[in-house]
Design a protein around this ligand. Structure first.
Ligand code: ATP
Ligand code: MG
Length: 433
């Protein structure tokens, strides 16, 4: 847990600063980072929420490699189109390879080899895998890295209408995914870039430091995501209507005249935002050139209709910090916190304090609560500062003075409220948290 007392010079935005100071990441080369233990725990928490919501929506997890053959990209025509962002490699036999920036070609190849009948559709396959894009200006830490972790899902349907249903499922899954991380995401009509297609939404977290310029109806900020009981097999058009009928567009899709016509002046929100997810429906853009077809009911060959759905898993770590911090450091929402509780021993070496801490530590672990125990020799002030910096939702503060009264302190990192409690009462509170 290598904590930095001072702000690193290279960090321009608060999330990057805090990720370095709290010892979550270290740069290995431009736009390429190692995830230190604390950062890795957060990354895994985020990944798990993404996974659970993909699974809930009916997508199936798999894993594709990072290195791909250039030949597949020649088939789709994107090998030349993709440009300098693609990291091109040749192996010892001088075969052209690349580090995948995205996986439409590879999944289409897998699909066309393995799936041959309309009976096996619809299908949505996803993986959570590192991508490489040789960004011209990697910056803001993991916000715009060159190597980054992405969840990418790919849907396969018989008709464009079915594909729209698959698209809606991912749309709803995304709303839920970001809400579970304590984020307010707003889906906005978006440009499709090198992925292609004509129906597309970016999921945007409003933040001053965001790289995207966005325009939307202010009411969208107030909406809440569909709950646990949402049935992904049901008709999702009412939810889609609720989220897409009001104006929301990224810079590239923005139409100032429409914005002014459709949105009352006091409801016009123009702001900056962070793109945390992007979904696309592109029909047969890859399946046509790559001849990915299945047999229909009458034995006829049908070219499969596809969409793809990305989430910036590593970017989310930074986005959550941008949305949730104060002057003292990070404030993790419990759902993604590296640990729920930080246990601070104010007098390491004092037999009574040590014993009380050990006992609490054991009981917390037994109750399945993730706890980080600070048993270092630092002064109390440094321990408090470090714990605030790394931002665990709760702190348990144990010292000889309180123990004389049979009490310890429980601190809520977000509100800063501190309360003296008997150890068992504190434990009960955390079990309920
Ligand atoms: P951007 O506009 O930010 O360059 P993109 O539109 O090229 O992103 P997509 O192809 O839509 O990216 O990728 C899916 C998701 O992956 C994005 O929504 C974003 O959250 C994440 N992502 C893309 N590029 C990066 C990057 N360089 N570093 C970290 N995350 C990224
Ligand atoms: Mg995008």
């Amino acid at each position: 847990m290598p904590i930095l007392r001072d702000d690193p010079k290279e960090a321009e935005i608060v999330s990057h600063r805090l990720m370095l100071r709290a010892g979550l990441i270290r740069q290995s080369s431009a736009g390429i980072y190692s995830w230190l233990p604390m950062g890795f725990r957060v990354l895994q928490k985020i990944e798990q929420i993404v996974r659970e919501e993909q699974d809930r929506a009916g997508a199936i997890e798999m894993l594709m490699p990072t290195i791909q053959s250039a030949d597949l990209w020649r088939e789709s025509g994107r090998y030349d189109d993709y440009g300098e962002e693609m990291l091109r490699i040749s192996d010892r036999h001088e075969r052209d390879m690349l580090y995948g920036p995205t996986n439409e070609e590879l999944i289409t190849e897998i699909f066309r080899n393995e799936v041959h009948s309309y009976r096996d559709l619809p299908r949505n396959l996803y993986h959570i895998q590192w991508k490489f894009r040789d960004e011209i200006r990697p910056r803001f830490g993991v916000m715009r890295g060159r190597e980054f972790l992405m969840k990418d899902a790919y849907s396969f349907d018989l008709t464009a209408e079915d594909a729209k249903r698959s698209y809606n499922k991912m749309f709803v899954a995304y709303l839920r995914t970001f809400e579970r991380m304590g984020l307010k995401s707003i889906p906005m009509a978006a440009d499709t870039g090198p992925i292609g297609g004509d129906l597309s939404h970016e999921f945007i977290i409003l933040a001053e430091t965001g790289e995207s310029e966005v325009f939307c109806h202010a009411d969208l900020v107030e909406l809440t995501a569909p709950g646990d009981d949402v049935d992904f097999e049901s008709d999702l058009t009412a939810i889609m209507e609720q989220w897409t009928s009001k104006y929301a567009a990224t810079d590239e899709k923005h139409d100032a005249a429409r914005f002014e016509k459709e949105v009352a002046a006091e409801k016009r929100l123009s702001a900056r935002g962070i793109e945390v997810g992007h979904i696309f429906f592109f029909g047969t853009k890859y399946t046509e050139p790559m001849k990915c077809q299945v047999q229909g009911k009458e034995g006829e060959l049908i070219t499969v209709q596809c969409g793809s759905y990305g989430i910036g898993v590593s970017r989310l770590v930074a986005a959550i910090i941008e949305a949730s911090h104060d002057d003292a450091g990070i404030i993790w929402p419990a759902s993604v916190a590296p640990y729920l509780v930080g246990l601070i021993n104010l007098k390491t070496g004092d037999a009574e304090t040590d014993a009380a801490c050990e006992e609490l530590y054991g009981k917390l672990k037994q109750a399945g609560i993730e706890v980080l125990y600070d048993d270092t020799d630092e002064r109390a002030g440094a321990k408090f500062a470090a714990m605030d910096l790394i931002g665990l939702p709760w702190q348990l503060i144990v010292g000889p003075k309180g123990l004389k009264q049979g009490e310890i302190e429980l601190k809520d990192r977000r509100s800063g409220d501190r309360e003296s409690l008997k150890p068992d009462a504190a434990l009960q509170r955390l079990i309920g948290a």
